[in-house]
Design a protein around this ligand. Structure first.
Ligand code: PLP
Length: 411
């Protein structure tokens, strides 16, 4: 399992409280590491043996086709990472500088950064309390109450800017409630760009995330359910957008012989080696989802009766992949807050982490528009993600659970 040794070393350095005499503190349990146990070696060796190691090759085509088939869309375009995929998706969807894009405040920062890359503006929408996804009622309220229809376009009354897209992020492996967003998009001629980077394999009412909006993005970063080391994918049914995405991600070459470029492109290509790894990982995706869901139900069963702990939930519309299993810790009822629990677990070599700082609190996005962000900060204070690698051993998961329960008893 690559990545294990580095993570372990970093964590040992961080864990100044580690006491080797603690009988439970035998082995480091990382938060979420890759699972590499399939055809990765065979496929990557094929790249090495044939010399097809760089930005074109049969594995790139195959990986794109497999992801498109899996999601149930016509086209997939691979990229160097998920952030690049989001950047290009916004461009091909026609988002212009100064347009506004609705996006959740409770997300890893990448989609909000991508909106700024193209000179558009995020409108940060709160999370909802139950599943921690973008609050679709607040999206509706913003569009209905704060915007007006003018010359066939929706405009923000306060800023005067055009509102052009919604960028829902399916966080932590759980789908957003997409129906109200799709209705709003139809009503106001908005584009939906799904950030499905954390949720490959998740379903919304039986449909794969990534197939619900106009265009969607995935990430194959090392902590995702499948990984190519680093990598991303744009998926869409829109043939023109897919063609444009391929063009822009491959340096916008108009004449491959004479090197004619009519537009500024990007070198956002995935290599054949990375795609080879992706093909091998895709073969085991279903097994990985089963493992993630099993880990989640074990945590939920073991922690649901613990005062002050709220386990991660799944909506009735959702088939979650529980990419990052997360709990809420109520300081008063549990006896310590999430950060104190993080430090206690770190002291016994168990790696956990909080959710992201809500983007409306981030100095990087001072000046972003903020719409009624009341819940996200509370979730950020209470949330703690627990070890949930696909390969997490039952004995290790038991140890995590025991420590969380012991800490509660000791208060
Ligand atoms: C919600 C979200 N969007 C985008 C990204 C960016 O993906 P990448 O790291 O592959 O650039 C990530 C994670 O890494 C993410 O969690």
């Amino acid at each position: 399992m690559s990545g294990y040794d580095n993570t372990r070393k970093d964590s040992v350095l961080m864990s100044t409280l580690f006491e080797p005499s603690d009988p439970l503190a035998v082995d480091f349990i990382p938060l979420c590491i890759p699972e590499i146990r399939g055809n990765e070696w065979t496929y990557i060796k094929e790249c090495l043996d044939t010399g097809w190691v760089s930005s074109v090759g049969s594995f790139v085509d195959r990986f794109e086709q497999e992801v498109a088939n899996r999601i149930g869309v016509q086209h997939a375009v691979s990229t160097v990472n998920g952030t690049a995929a989001l950047h290009i998706a916004l461009l091909v969807a026609g988002i212009q500088p100064n347009d506004e894009v609705l996006v959740p405040t409770l997300t890893f920062i990448a989609p909000v950064n991508a909106i700024r890359y193209i000179g558009a503006w995020p409108v940060l929408i709160d999370a909802e309390l139950n599943y921690w996804q973008i609050d679709t009622q607040k999206v509706i309220d913003f569009l209905e109450k704060e915007c007006h229809w003018q010359n066939g376009e929706l405009h923000n009354k306060a800023s005067g800017r055009r509102v052009k897209a919604i960028l829902p992020v399916h966080i932590l492996g759980h789908p957003v409630n997409m129906k109200p967003l799709m209705e709003m998009a139809r009503k106001y001629n908005l584009v939906i760009i799904e950030d499905a980077t954390e949720s490959l394999g998740a379903k919304y009412n039986g449909h794969s995330v990534g197939s619900l909006g106009d265009i969607a993005c995935f990430s194959f970063n090392g902590n995702k359910i499948i990984t190519t080391g680093g990598g991303g994918m744009i998926v869409t049914d829109n043939t023109d957008w897919a063609r444009k995405a391929k063009y822009l991600t491959t340096q916008a070459k108009d004449d491959p012989v004479e090197f004619i470029h009519e537009e500024i492109g990007y070198n956002y290509r995935l290599t054949n080696i990375q795609a080879a790894m992706g093909c091998a990982q895709m073969e085991l995706l279903d097994q990985y989802i089963v493992a993630k869901r099993r880990i989640a139900s074990t945590y939920t069963e073991a922690l649901k009766d613990l005062p002050g702990i709220t386990p991660m939930d799944q909506a009735e519309w959702a088939h979650s992949i529980f990419w990052m299993y997360t709990i809420l810790v109520d300081e008063v009822q549990y006896g310590m807050d999430s950060r104190a629990l993080l430090r206690r677990l770190e002291a016994v070599q168990i790696q956990t982490r909080p959710l992201w700082q809500p983007v409306h609190c981030s100095p990087a996005h001072t000046g972003a528009l903020i719409y009624r962000c009341e819940v996200a900060e509370h979730l950020n204070r209470e949330a703690l993600s627990l070890p949930c690698s696909v390969g997490l051993k039952p004995v290790d998961q038991k140890r995590v659970i025991e420590h969380i329960r012991i800490e509660a008893i000791q208060r």
